[in-house]
Design a binder for this molecule. Structure first.
Ligand SMILES: [Zn+2]
Length: 180
């Protein structure tokens, strides 16, 4: 395994029309492209990590955002296409990582997984570009990982936030665009 694909917060609450904190259509249109990218990554035997919010009912984050991705609810589940992918391929190369903060490295097994597999490159995709994707890209950058992003595999609550965060990741975290 050379690279890890970090798929951030592609859950029903962030993607589905009736989700608690939905990105709406911007999030829905990246589902198929992400699935396609993951199928290629799986063929290439890369590590795929679904890093998803899994909050307690009284999570302090809910002072800032409407309650979302409460552990055990359907809102916290991967959106159906990715859920099927996960259920089909889960194992050494396809893993689920519950998180409680924006940054998927914070208080999770992620860094250890990457160390164990001697992975030095991460590809970040999912939602929201300016929140959890950005925070996770920062977490990776601080730890010395090479960060790749694909603008077509990320979405945000607003287009302005999306565009700013994409530029910002390239400018301050040395994130590189995934080559086609
Ligand atoms: Zn959250």
């Amino acid at each position: 395994m050379k690279r890890a694909y970090l798929v951030v917060d592609m859950t029903n609450d962030f993607i589905e029309e009736d989700g608690a904190l939905t990105c709406g259509r911007a999030g829905q249109i990246i589902v198929q492209p992400i699935l396609h990218a993951l199928e290629l990554a799986y063929e290439q035997k890369e590590l795929i990590v679904f890093a998803c919010d899994a909050h307690a009912v009284n999570d302090p984050e809910f002072a800032l955002w409407p309650a979302h991705c409460v552990e055990g609810t359907s809102g916290a589940q991967l959106v159906s296409e990715l859920h099927h992918f996960y259920e089909h391929y889960k194992g050494e190369h396809v893993r689920f990582l519950p998180k409680t903060k924006y940054d998927a490295f914070y208080d999770t097994a992620l860094e250890q997984w990457l160390l164990d597999e001697e992975i030095r490159e991460v590809v970040i995709c999912g939602v929201c570009t300016s929140i959890c994707c950005y925070a996770t890209a920062s977490g990776a950058y601080y730890r010395g990982y090479r960060v790749y992003i694909d603008p077509n595999l990320m979405a945000d609550l607003t287009e302005t936030a999306h565009d700013f965060a994409l530029q910002h990741m390239q400018n301050v975290l040395k994130a590189q665009l995934v080559e086609k």
